[in-house]
Design a protein around this ligand. Structure first.
Ligand code: NAD
Ligand code: UDP
Ligand code: UDP
Length: 310
């Protein structure tokens, strides 16, 4: 049994991770300031003797004793991370410094939830870990993209300078139950619009692509990464390598919900990446990991969740 800290544990991915770690019998400390997360996501865990919740903002120091740290605290949807962009950068950068300082003091292994956004609007396709990215440092997405890039820098400098055991995963678009219904991300938007019988809002002409990973697959990959041998740092891409355009996604959501919604086309947000698809060869060879849940099946489960919770 390990003592494991999950920052951002009240969020979408963090709450699924807590579920899995609690079920394995580990002693879990979930830390969250509930900026985008919700107590509802973890309410069912509060009765568990091996689960503890602490309201805390990771931009402030945290003194606890743990064996492993999963650092997920950070708003992930563009609507939320652009709401208070300075706080977003602080969360990524100061949050990483504090969690790395903690890991250094207690000699814990630490995993960073990085992102495909470190590749920006990529000119290399699909994206391999060796690609350095194409990121605007001063645009509306920069607080997130550059914050996450700086967090990666800090992880690798703590590794080089202090010999910390670090693990960095770059997560590509992930979806599933417990996404915030109003977080503005495309899967939750399309499903909520379809369920309400509203028009589906397609930004741009809908030809831009993303590759969508179901949450259970993603958590498998993250936990496999934490369990790799000490010398292995990553970064490792985690995501589904099936690529869909936003129009294709919208058509699937309409078919699976049986909605009669139509498309409305709206302006493409600034710096919106045109295409994104992970190369997952490294995850497959080092973690023995591949996503298994096809988009239609994952969408069915997510639609069922939004139906039951609305
Ligand atoms: P989320 O917004 O549901 O979860 C983030 C959690 O962090 C929330 O519970 C929020 O309240 C908490 N948080 C934010 N700022 C905090 C702070 N200063 N102190 C403490 N807690 C704070 O988003 P998610 O989709 O679950 O994302 C989790 C992590 O995975 C994030 O770091 C995100 O960047 C990364 N990620 C997610 C995706 C995805 O598609 N879901 C893709 C790439 C990377
Ligand atoms: N820190 C923390 N918990 C700990 C140890 C450190 O939150 O258990 C924070 C502390 O605020 C510090 C930061 O992590 O500023 C970086 O710590 P480190 O030891 O790397 O650097 P220093 O203390 O020299 O700034
Ligand atoms: N998008 C869209 N309609 C929406 C919300 C998003 O067409 O209602 C598009 C958005 O412009 C982007 C893609 O869907 O091209 C994915 O957006 P999301 O915010 O989910 O993630 P990210 O851009 O961070 O990959």
């Amino acid at each position: 049994m390990k003592r494991i800290l999950v920052t951002g544990g009240g969020g979408f991915l963090g709450s699924h991770l807590c579920d899995r770690l609690v079920a394995q019998g580990h002693d879990i400390l979930c830390v969250d300031n509930f900026f985008t997360g919700s107590k509802k996501n973890i309410a069912h865990l509060l009765q568990e003797p091996n689960f503890e919740l602490m309201r805390h903002d990771v931009t402030f120091p945290l003194y606890v004793e743990v064996d492993e740290i999963y650092n997920l605290a950070c708003p992930a949807s563009p609507v939320h991370y652009q709401f208070d962009p300075v706080q977003t950068t602080k969360t990524s950068v100061h949050g990483a410094i504090n969690m790395l300082g903690l890991a250094k003091r207690v000699k814990a292994k630490i995993l960073q939830a990085s992102t495909s956004e470190v590749y920006g609007d990529p000119v290399v396709h699909p994206q391999q870990e060796g690609y350095w990215g194409n990121v605007n440092p001063i645009g509306p997405r920069s607080c997130y993209d550059e914050g996450k890039r700086c967090a990666e820098t800090l992880f690798f400098d703590y590794w080089r300078q202090h010999d910390l055991r670090i693990k960095v995963v770059r997560i590509f678009n992930t979806y599933g139950p417990r996404m915030h219904p109003n977080d503005g991300r495309v899967v939750s938007n399309f499903i909520m619009q379809a369920l309400r019988g509203e028009d589906i809002t397609i930004y741009g002409d809908g030809s831009q692509t993303r590759s969508f990973c179901y949450v259970d697959d993603l958590i498998d990959g993250m936990m496999a990464m934490m369990d790799t041998e000490n010398g292995f740092t990553g970064p490792v891409n985690l995501g589904n390598d099936r690529e869909f355009s936003m129009v294709e996604l919208a058509e699937r959501v309409i078919r699976l919900t049986g909605a009669s919604s139509r498309f409305t086309f709206m302006p493409l947000p600034e710096n919106d990446p045109q295409q994104r698809q992970p190369d997952i060869a490294l995850a497959s060879s080092t973690l023995g990991w591949r996503p298994t849940v096809p988009l239609e099946e994952g969408l069915r489960r997510t639609i069922a969740y939004f139906k039951s919770s609305s």
